[in-house]
Write a protein that binds this ligand. Sequence first.
Ligand SMILES: Cc1ncc(COP(=O)(O)O)c(C=O)c1O
Length: 381
Amino acid sequence: MVKPQKSKDQILKEVVELTLRLTSQGKKITRFEIGEPNFPASHRVIRGLTETLRKEKVVGYGPAAGLPELRKALAAELSAEHNTRIEPDQILITPGGRFATFAAITSFVSSSERVLIPQPAWPAYEECVDFIKGRVIHFNTRLDDGWEMDLGRLETQLRKGVRLIVLNCPNNPTGKVMSKKKFVEIVDLAQQYESMILSDEVYDKYVHAKSPSILESEGENFVYVNSFSKQFSLTGWRIAYLVTTKEKALRIRRVIQTLITCVPEFIQRAALVAIKSGRTEAQRNINSIMKKVELTCRELSRIDVSFYKPEGTFYVFPKANKPNFDSARFAKLLLEQYHVSISPGEAFGNYPAFFRLAVSLPAGQITGAIRAIGKATDAWS
Ligand SMILES: Cc1ncc(COP(=O)(O)O)c(C=O)c1O
């Protein structure tokens, strides 16, 4: 019998499960596999949540699109940040960026329609497309090309008909931030071939210089996704937002209404506090995480791997300079023998020689763990 292929999410889950098993046995694991910031939620934000519960006593159903005050505040903030005009009616509040991604895909892609996903990629895009029985077009990019998308190849695919293109800039797992010029060229091509763009910008605060945004492009055939998860270290709170045209927002709103009614009001009130008075504190924490990326790169340059120096995110995606490297097997060995947890490259596409490090860790742990990775790759055969 042919073994069913593991989903990419499953590859990541297995690493986390083994990590937790070893931790429960008392092993001290350096966890490079967790894609979450490690700073605590701000006291102000927590107060925003508890105050709502204390004052309101009863928290009832709310509008499916989200709390009007939160959408208004986001519209003002995004308009100023991107020098454009975003109306609150263009914004929907969702329980996480993953849900926003799914809601957008299920609203606009029919079964067997083609969705182009540049690789390597966050595995959830493919899971969403598989779920609705769409057709994933894996669009490979390479470390040797600086993870650039080739426009000629892209146009060849678009000519065949692509319903939706996923863009994720800054990128998980490579840390690549596209140039504005390249971003605009891709958006223009998509428009020319009437492909929609899903622009996932959840790491847009993890940058040294502003990253390009779909909100600064002409055209209406897009959905922008952002999330409070990485911006404010609120991953478990499940709150995010998307921006699109008013008409498209009405269509996506049906998904929220049908599946969850609304995001809980106290979470939305806390998110409102976050954007009104939590930005400075959060950005300080983000900047400190980004220094860890620099430390990680310095340490990686001392071991036998090749890598792209990220311009954004808190990920680095090195490649072991070994023939026949199998990063899933390597991840297991590294965990069991060296107590270091990483995400195998296969979770992000056909990249078995690569692995992803999420470096939201105390600096003290990073140096030793990368040396361990160096030893383990040297011993690899
Ligand atoms: C590229 C990317 N987009 C979106 C998300 C979604 O985050 P959340 O569902 O917590 O908002 C993640 C989470 O890891 C991600 O890496």
